[in-house]
Design a protein around this ligand. Structure first.
Ligand SMILES: [Zn+2]
Ligand SMILES: [Zn+2]
Length: 163
């Protein structure tokens, strides 16, 4: 097949072009957190613990009778985490704290998975700005247990009538 038309423009088969668009879309929606802060402005990015190539988000967890420290993946849609100490329990909620100053991370709304589950919010700027934040459920194993984009946080808040 002739790759060039008579006026010299390259002819790209439609199938190939569609694939390129899909790949571009995938790149666009892949969201990696590179800065994250506790409510007091400590950075919680842990460069010593990388998950799938990205420095993770370090935090303390606590629930009645148990506590420890973990690192969450900074990649949207990535459920992987590193448990540094303690144990998480499937389906059980933990309160989350800054590993440096001990401040509790703010919660925005209830997660629909359980009556006491919360969507915890982590700012991507030293001073919390909901337009620039991520949120995830604090129940281990919840499908909302991974980071989601700030736009979705805001959408959730509107949905729940909180702002
Ligand atoms: Zn802190
Ligand atoms: Zn949940």
């Amino acid at each position: 097949m002739d790759r060039f038309s008579k006026d010299g423009r390259m002819i790209i088969p439609l199938v190939q072009r569609k694939k390129e668009i899909e790949r571009a879309d995938e790149d666009k929606v892949r969201y990696v957190v590179t800065e994250a802060y506790c409510p007091n402005g400590c950075s919680i990015i842990d460069v010593e613990h990388k998950i799938n190539g990205a420095a993770g988000l370090r935090m303390k967890f606590k629930r009645p009778g148990a506590e420890g420290e973990l690192v969450l993946s900074a990649i949207e849609g990535d459920f992987e985490k590193i448990i540094l100490s303690g144990e998480l329990q499937e389906g059980v909620k933990d309160e989350l704290y800054c590993p440096h100053c001990g401040a509790m991370f703010k919660k925005l709304v209830n997660c629909s998975c359980k009556s006491d589950a919360d969507m915890v919010v982590i700012g991507l700027t030293p001073k919390l700005d909901l337009n620039n934040a991520i949120s995830f459920c604090n129940v281990t194993g919840c499908p909302n247990g991974t980071t989601i984009k700030s736009g979705d946080v805001i959408r959730h808040l509107r949905l729940w009538g909180k702002i």
